[in-house]
Structure formats: C-alpha cells, structure tokens
Design a protein around this ligand. Sequence first.
Ligand code: NAD
Ligand code: UDP
Ligand code: UDP
Length: 317
Amino acid sequence: MNRILVTGGAGFLGSHLCERLLRDGHDVLCVDNFFTGSKRNVAHLHGSPFFEVMRHDVTFPLYVEVDRIFNLACPASPVHYQFDPVQTTKTSVHGAINMLGLAKRVKARILQASTSEVYGDPEVHPQPEGYWGKVNPVGIRSCYDEGKRCAETLFFDYYRQHQLDIKVVRIFNTYGPRMHPNDGRVVSNFIVQALRGEDITIYGDGSQTRSFCYVDDLIEAKVRMMETETGFTGPVNIGNPVEFTMLELAELVLKQVGGKSKLVYRPLPSDDPRQRQPDISLAKEKLGGWEPKVALEDGLRETIAYFRKLLAEGNPA
Ligand code: NAD
Ligand code: UDP
Ligand code: UDP
C-alpha cells in the first residue's frame, strides 16, 4: 500500500484516479480547492477508511507525508482556465514548484498531468513527444499552454538538478462521466445540448479534428506510467489516436440521444488547433502494450447516461 497524493482529485480525471487507486488498495489523499472540481465527484469514496479530502490551493505550500504524487490540479477547459488566467498560470507554475518541493523533501515519486496543448497548433501530425510545438506565448490560451510547458520544464530541472523521480504524461482530449456539464468542452456541450433538445453549436465549419480518449483508458495509462522503472521520465503521450471531425462527433451524439436538435455554426475561437492526434508508439512500448480499448460509440453511451441522470436530478453543476 502506498500513500498517494492526488492534487485536483475532486475533478473529472482526479476523481476517477482516486477511485482506481483506492480499488488497488492504496491510501489516497485528495487535495483540491474545488474551483472546477466538486465534493459530489468524490462523495461515493468516503466509505473507504483510506480516503481523505483536503481543501487546499496548490499555489500555497503543502506539508504532508506521501510516497507518490499525481499532480492534476489545474482547470482544464478554456472556459475555466480563461476565467482567471493569472491564477491558471500560478496553479501550473507555483503548483508544480510546491509539489516538486514536497516530492524532494519526502523523496516521493511525482507524476505531472501535462497536456497535448504543449504542442499548440501543431505543424507535425500526429504529434510525437519529440515535437516541440507551436504555441502562441501571448494569446488567450497561453496561460494554460505556457503554464503547462513551464511546469514540464520545472519537472525536468528538478530531475536533473535534484535527481527527483519524475514522470510526465501529455494527456490528449479525454471524456467520460463527471466531466463538468458547463465547461464548454465539445463532448459535454454536444451531449448536454442534445439532451436538452437545444441546437448543437459547431465552432467554425466543424472540419477540425480531435481524438477522444475514454477516461478509463486514460487512468489505466496513468497508473501504469507511475509504476514504470526509475529513470524513465517521459514525456509520454496518452490518448486515443482515432481522429474525428467535430461534425462526425455531433452526428454520433445525435444518433445516440435522438431528439430534434439542429446544427448551428458559430465562430471558431482564436488559436483553436485545426487537428490533433497523439502518436502513442512510446506509450505502447513503455506502458506494457497499453492502448485505448473503449470505442467512441461505447464511451459516449456511458457519458450520455451520466449526463441524462445529472440533468434529470436537476443538477447541472
Ligand atoms: P478538472 O477541471 O475537472 O479538474 C481539475 C481539478 O483541479 C479540479 O478539481 C479543480 O478544482 C482543481 N484545481 C484547480 N486549481 C487548483 C488549485 N490552485 N489548487 C488545488 N486544486 C485546484 O479537469 P480534468 O479534466 O480532470 O483535468 C485534470 C488534469 O488533467 C489537469 O491538470 C488538466 O490540465 C489535465 N488534462 C486534462 C485533459 C482532459 O481532456 N480532460 C487533457 C489534457 C490535460
Ligand atoms: N514545499 C512544500 N512542501 C514541502 C516542501 C516544500 O510545499 O514539503 C514548497 C515550498 O513552498 C518551497 C517549494 O516547495 O518554496 C520548493 O521547494 P524547494 O525545496 O525546491 O525550494 P526552496 O524551499 O529552497 O525554495
Ligand atoms: N467545439 C465546438 N463546439 C462546442 C465546443 C467546442 O465545435 O460547443 C470545438 C472547438 O472549437 C474545438 C473542438 O471542438 O475545435 C474541441 O474543443 P474542446 O474545448 O473540447 O477541446 P480543445 O480545443 O481544448 O481540444
């Protein structure tokens, strides 16, 4: 049994990770400031004597004793990370410094949840880990993209300078139950709109692509990454390489939900990447043959069921 700290543990990915780690027999400390996460996401875990939640903002120091740290704290959707962009950068950068300082003091292994956004609007397709990215340093997405890039830099400097046992994963678009219904991400938007019989909002002409990974596949990769041999740092891409256009996604959602929603077209937000697809060769090699197992149709079914229940309970947040 390891004592494991999950920052951002009450969020979408964090809550699934806490659940999985408890199931694997670990002692889990969830730290969250509840900016985008919620107590509801982890309410079902309180039955376990090995689960604990602490309200704390990672931009402030944290003194606890743990063996492993998963650093997930950071708003992940444009609506939330652009709400207070300075706080977003602080969360990535000060948060990383504090968690690395903690890992250094207690000699814990530490994993950073980085993002495909470090590649920006990529000129190389699909994106391998060796690609350095094309990121606008002064745009409206920069607080997130550059914050995450700086966090990666900090991880590698603590590794080189202080011999910390680090792991970095770059997560591509992930979806599933407990996504925030109002966070503006495409999967939650389309599903909530379809369930409410509202128009489906396509930004741009809908020909831009993303590859969507179901949350269970993502968590499996993260857990495997944490247990790779010392010295293997990553970064490693994790995501589902099957690529869809936003129009195809809208059609899939409408097919499953039914109803009479129409497609409406809205302007494309600035710096919106045209195309995104992970090259997961390294993950397959290093994470014991890991690859995503859940097809988009199946993952959407689970996600739609979650949102259907949430909306029926009149609980959209
Ligand atoms: P989320 O918004 O649901 O979770 C983030 C959690 O961090 C929330 O619970 C929030 O309250 C908490 N948080 C934010 N600022 C904090 C702070 N200063 N101190 C303490 N807690 C704080 O998002 P998510 O989708 O679960 O993302 C989790 C991590 O994975 C993030 O670091 C994100 O950048 C990364 N990621 C997610 C995706 C994705 O598709 N979901 C893709 C790439 C990277
Ligand atoms: N820190 C923390 N918990 C710890 C140890 C350190 O939050 O258990 C924070 C502390 O705020 C410090 C930061 O991590 O500023 C970086 O720590 P490090 O030891 O690298 O640097 P220093 O203490 O020399 O600034
Ligand atoms: N998008 C869309 N309609 C929406 C929300 C998003 O067409 O209601 C588009 C968005 O412009 C982007 C893609 O869907 O091209 C994925 O957006 P999301 O915010 O989910 O993820 P990210 O851009 O961070 O990959």
